[in-house]
Design a protein around this ligand. Structure first.
Ligand code: SDX
Length: 434
């Protein structure tokens, strides 16, 4: 196959068998070769396991430049949003494309606030789990079960129905996550409170108890709100692609988000924040860092440096940069400055970034490297770290789900394959199989 590229198209093929494919341009970032007609024109599929070079859709929501370590939501840098915005305002931006005016913001916050309760029947669902069930297992089940409660009146092709589903999911996911935690510690569920902001309400439902008044924790809720912002959306990552694929069949958005939670749980994806803290615990002291770096580089050892590396970022993940900068401040404010894990993390990062193996592969800390240290210092149990990632990412998943349905070019996702199994052969009866 030879190919030549003109300004707006690529020719693929040999001699007079060449076919021409348009090159589509985005606002910023790589252009794409539109290969939708490749199979009918050439009889070939493309081969791209892991989709390292494949654009699955057009999107206006998030842009990542992996080489530059740049992350934009609707054109705004993540560092600016983390510094100057708040999570619900960022949710509005990600969902609707613009920063809200004052009246739009108030209406959105009121809309989310008034959807935070869940159907009381759902409380019984938790009873079926062992108390030590992982919160992510519980969230996959309970969020999926929402599709049983909001099914009759949900036409995914109706923008009004999609909007109410969007509000419900953003509003109810903290309630469900907090209930998963309360169930695991045998404490009673707390109903959401409409007088608390989004992050404070989550902390209340997590750590409040019915026998005493709640003392607001502004340092914690601000730090948590920033962590929510940093995890809100991230282009076509594994869990977002999962939500898009499930949603492309017309399935309930609650089922699609449940599938996204399941996908995020993996340690190669959102489960890494829990794995980072477990890894730092296992390392234990700074002098054991070389032993673990050697394991991370050993191809015969499945161990990987959790919180390091990224499919897209070949530079510092800007979210890790924000978390690294705030880690000292948050831990000091919490009276946990000098936390040993933070010291090990910083030394581990310093040594790794000077190591040729990590430099050659452009392996830098990602969003999960520091988030767990801050969450742990806030008193969040390790098993809840990925649940908090899922809580924050719900707005990204639902915004991408809406965009997918509204995209006239989108159709049911159905990749092909390179078949390497046996060619056709005839059935051999049991008594003649030798
Ligand atoms: C998230 O996609 C997103 O946007 C995800 C996310 C989001 O916001 O949605 O950013 C959230 O999932 C962050 C990533 C969290 N995961 C981890 O921290 C787990 C540890 N990292 C790795 O498993 C890995 O880096 C991935 C999964 C994140 C990326 O894997 P890729 O892109 O498939 O890269 P690769 O496996 O092809 O690695 C390239 C090379 C390999 O070595 P060689 O075969 O070239 O010799 O780098 C090595 C890998 O072995 N490598 C690592 C490593 N990560 C990659 N070696 C040691 N430790 C690591 N962490």
């Amino acid at each position: 196959m030879t190919e030549s590229t003109t300004e707006k198209s690529v020719k693929i093929g040999r001699g007079n068998q060449q076919s021409e494919f348009p090159v589509l341009e985005g606002t910023i970032g790589p252009d794409v070769i539109d290969i939708r007609k490749l199979y009918s024109a050439t009889g070939h599929f493309t081969y791209d396991p892991g989709f390292t070079s494949t654009a699955s859709c057009r999107s206006k929501i998030t842009y990542i430049d992996g080489e530059a370590g740049l992350l934009l939501h609707r054109g705004y840098r993540i560092e600016e949003l983390a510094e100057r915005s708040n999570f619900l305002e960022t949710c509005y931006l990600i969902l609707f494309g613009e920063l809200p005016k004052a009246d739009e913001y108030k209406k959105f916050v009121d809309g989310v606030t008034n959807h935070t309760m869940i159907h009381d029947q759902i409380n019984y669902l938790f009873r079926g789990f062992r108390r030590d069930a992982h919160p992510m297992a519980v969230m996959v089940a309970v969020v999926g079960a929402l599709s049983a409660f909001y099914y009759e009146d949900l036409d995914t092709q109706d923008p009004k129905h999609r909007l109410i589903a969007s509000y419900r999911l953003i509003a109810k996911i903290p309630t469900i996550a907090a209930m998963a935690y309360k169930y695991s510690v045998g404490q009673p569920f707390l109903y959401p409170r409409n007088d608390l902001n989004y992050a404070e309400n989550f902390l209340y439902m997590m750590f409040g108890v019915p026998c005493e008044p709640w003392k607001e924790k502004p340092v914690l809720s601000k730090a948590l709100d920033t962590i929510f912002i940093l995890h809100a959306d991230h282009e076509q990552n594994a869990s977002t692609s999962t939500v898009r694929l499930v949603g492309s069949t017309g399935a309930s958005p609650y089922a699609a988000i449940s599938a996204g939670i399941a996908s995020l749980w993996g340690p190669a994806h959102g489960g890494a924040n829990e794995a980072v803290v477990n890894m730092l615990e296992e390392i234990g002291t700074v002098d054991r860092i070389p032993e673990f770096l050697a394991r991370a580089k050993d191809k015969d050892d499945p161990f990987r440096l959790m919180g390091f590396g990224h499919r897209v970022y070949k530079n510092y993940d800007p979210r890790a940069g924000v978390l690294k900068a705030s880690a000292d401040e948050v831990l000091d404010e919490l009276g946990k400055g000098g936390e040993p894990k933070l010291a090990i993390a910083r030394e581990l990062e310093r040594i790794a970034l000077e190591d040729a193996y990590f430099q050659e592969r452009k392996l830098f800390p990602n969003v999960d490297f520091y988030s767990g240290i801050i969450l742990e210092a806030m008193g969040i149990p390790t098993k809840m770290f990925t649940a908090i990632f899922a809580l924050a990412r719900t707005v990204g998943w639902i915004a991408q789900w809406n965009e997918m349905i509204e995209d006239p070019e989108q159709k049911i996702g159905r990749p092909r394959q390179l078949y390497t199994g046996p060619a056709e052969r005839s059935y051999v009866p049991l008594d003649r199989r030798g």
